[in-house]
Design a protein around this ligand. Structure first.
Ligand code: NCD
Length: 478
């Protein structure tokens, strides 16, 4: 199986077997780090970091130097033509014509996908806004595997800002892929986004149980958490798992506690205010005295601010500096695979999960509702067509192919039913029975009545009812 010429934009771009093989290659690299000089000699890597970085950028650059390649770098949007209003696609095309591989960090969610679509060379996502950070996940998984030998069945607790932490989002999907259980300990109001949880439970199986819903007896003596994701490879499916079993499982201890800092740079004004009021929880010796954490690996993607006490640096459970150090061999392995300097052999043939959803793409109309998505930025809308996956028909749910935000459009129409007949150009409530009759290829969706009427559609009887209802509620955007 060759990884040559492929890109790593989200953690879904690698199969479990490919990740396992990459970890073996990382072992090889770390054993003889200073003897890999011949592997990528003559190759050039562009390291484009348009957000602050220490570890990721320097470990990528170190990795390329250790492989014998060279590096060109741009670490400030202000010093590039992006500041003059150049699009990401144009930049990608040009940089792709200079180098053999591109590593990009950018504040817009989905930006790495655009670079990968246009560069013509392998692209590695080193963090795109609050979306994903797949190479950090590789370092995280590699560290857990080194210590615990396997990921299957482990209990990994995620702590802190689970809303904006891109390392968290990639890690959640990877843990689920490898059959680990996940315990969510978010800072209040910084919980995992709903679209991430939805993808987790619909695409990776397993179940999510909210702490609130557990019986009081099950909660007794339990360190409070927000929710627990139980992997489908557990002996029981969650739906059938009695609360008492969950309690027994949790009491048996947590294998790793993954701490994250508050991603203040992404907070909304309201979240900034809230942050001043509420203290971000700190992981320290006192907290780790709780019996669940007796043998827990303490992890953190770093940088830390105040959420992880310095007193833990000497604690035998701490692993965060090892996690960071492993960035070099893991990234050496990845670069050499994507450049075709190394090949991997998979132990066994893998059946890849089939999540080939129908696509939704129209020239006009709906845009991704996430204001941080690359597809809605002024410089990018000139050439990027919004594109969505139809991940569910009931309720109708679309997922942006760039930032992966999911949403449920409120109104629909059919391109077929009104063809040439303007009088019958009607739009319907997405919940009506009409909506379900529309074939996927004919589907047109709208988020508001204004959007539908702006395109010349008139409300059907059902849409009128919905509009009345939502006017009564007054909360819904028109
Ligand atoms: C993380 C990042 O940039 O997302 N850092 C890293 O790459 N190691 C985590 C963070 O900034 O909090």
């Amino acid at each position: 199986m060759a990884l040559a010429n492929r890109s790593l934009v989200t953690i879904d771009d690698l199969s479990n077997g490919e990740m396992e093989a990459l970890f073996s290659l990382s072992d090889e690299m770390s054993d003889v780090m200073d003897k890999q000089f011949g592997l990528c000699q003559g190759k050039i890597m562009a390291s484009l970091f348009f957000e602050p970085s220490t570890r990721t950028r320097l470990s990528f650059e170190t990795a390329m130097h250790r492989l014998g390649g060279s590096v060109i770098t741009a670490a400030d949007v202000g010093a590039t033509s992006l500041a003059k209003g150049e699009s990401i696609a144009d930049m990608a095309r040009v940089v792709g014509s200079y180098v053999d591989i591109i590593v990009i960090r950018h504040p817009w969610e989905g930006a790495a996908k655009v670079v990968a679509d246009y560069a013509g060379v392998p692209v590695i996502n080193a963090g795109d806004g609050g979306h994903q950070h797949p190479t950090q996940t590789l370092c995280d998984l590699y560290t857990i595997k080194k210590e615990k030998k396997t990921l299957k069945g482990l209990k990994i607790a995620l702590w802190g800002d689970l809303k904006y932490g891109r390392t968290i989002h990639s890690l959640i999907f990877a843990l689920a892929k490898f059959g680990a259980n996940i315990l969510f300990y978010p800072t209040p109001s910084l919980e995992v986004p709903e679209h991430v949880l939805k993808k987790l439970t619909t695409e990776y199986g397993g179940g999510l149980e909210r702490y609130e819903a557990l019986a009081p007896t099950a909660k007794e003596g339990l360190f409070p958490l927000d929710a627990i994701y139980l992997t489908p490879s557990s002996p029981h499916q969650l739906a059938m798992m009695p609360d008492i079993d969950i309690q027994v499982k949790l009491k048996a201890g947590v294998d790793a506690l993954y701490v994250t800092r508050p991603q203040k740079e992404r907070f909304t004004a309201a979240e900034k205010k809230q942050e001043l009021k509420e203290k971000y929880p700190v992981v320290d010796k006192k907290l780790l005295k709780s019996k669940e954490f007796r043998k827990t690996l303490v992890m953190h993607p770093l940088p830390r601010v105040d959420e992880l006490a310095y007193e833990l640096d000497a604690d035998p459970r701490s692993r965060y500096f090892e996690q960071a150090a492993r960035g070099v061999p893991v990234r050496m392995a990845l670069i050499s695979l994507l450049l075709g300097a190394k090949e991997i052999t998979l132990a066994q043939k893998e059946a890849l999960p089939s999540t080939d959803y129908p696509r939704y793409q129209r020239d006009s109309g709906i845009r991704c509702p996430n204001p941080r998505c690359v597809s809605v930025q002024e410089t990018e809308t000139k050439y990027l067509k919004p594109e969505f996956k139809i991940v569910n028909r009931k309720p109708l749910t679309l997922r942006c192919t760039y930032c992966e935000h999911g949403f449920e459009p409120k109104y629909v129409a059919s391109a077929d039913w009104h063809e040439g007949r303007t009088a019958s150009k009607k739009y319907h409530s997405a919940e009506s029975h009409w909506a379900r009759k529309i074939r996927t290829e004919n589907l047109i969706v709208f988020n508001s009545t204004d959007e539908a009427e702006g395109q010349g559609f008139k409300p059907s009887r059902y849409a009128k009812v919905r509009r009345k209802r939502s006017k009564a509620k007054t909360s819904e955007p028109k």
